[in-house]
Design a protein. Structure first.
Length: 149
């Protein structure tokens, strides 16, 4: 069972990346354009409008798997800023201050910074060395012979 789960890991990671990126992009669209139940931010207003722009651009890049690590790093940082500047002053815990989404997005994107985009990403089609190196490392680890001591 663990072998099958390990074999599926790069593909599930890609699905995770796609869903998190898409949700983040939708949040940016809602804030930038006032659609999908969101309130439109005033153009150029700090920090709301810029945060929404980061959400749309970085969320789209992460969903597509294009420059995933850099986009996820920027997205994670923006959510850390949102949590500590907007939510945390209201109360200590995310459940008390309404910052659950910011905290979850921050940690999800930080995970993607370290794991990379997974097996299915546009970076693979454009020959990104970062993604190719990650795939090669994953392949070697999966096929490594068991060593008994």
């Amino acid at each position: 069972m663990l072998i099958r789960l390990n074999q599926a890991q790069p593909y599930v990671l890609s699905l995770f990346r796609f869903v998190v990126g898409l949700l983040f992009a939708f949040h940016g669209v809602a804030t930038l354009f006032g659609v999908l139940g969101g309130n439109e931010a005033e153009t150029g207003a700090w920090p709301g409008w810029y945060a929404a722009l980061i959400q749309l651009v970085c969320g789209s890049l992460v969903a597509l798997g294009l420059g995933t690590r850099a986009a996820a790093f920027l997205a994670s940082g923006s959510m850390a800023y949102a949590y500590f500047k907007v939510h945390q002053p209201e109360a200590f815990l995310p459940i008390e201050n309404g910052g659950e989404a910011s905290a979850m997005f921050c940690w999800a994107f930080l995970l993607l910074v370290f794991t990379g985009p997974g097996a299915v990403a546009l970076d693979r089609f454009f020959g990104s060395r970062d993604t190719a190196a990650t795939a090669e490392t994953t392949t070697r680890q999966d096929k490594a012979p068991a060593v008994s001591v």
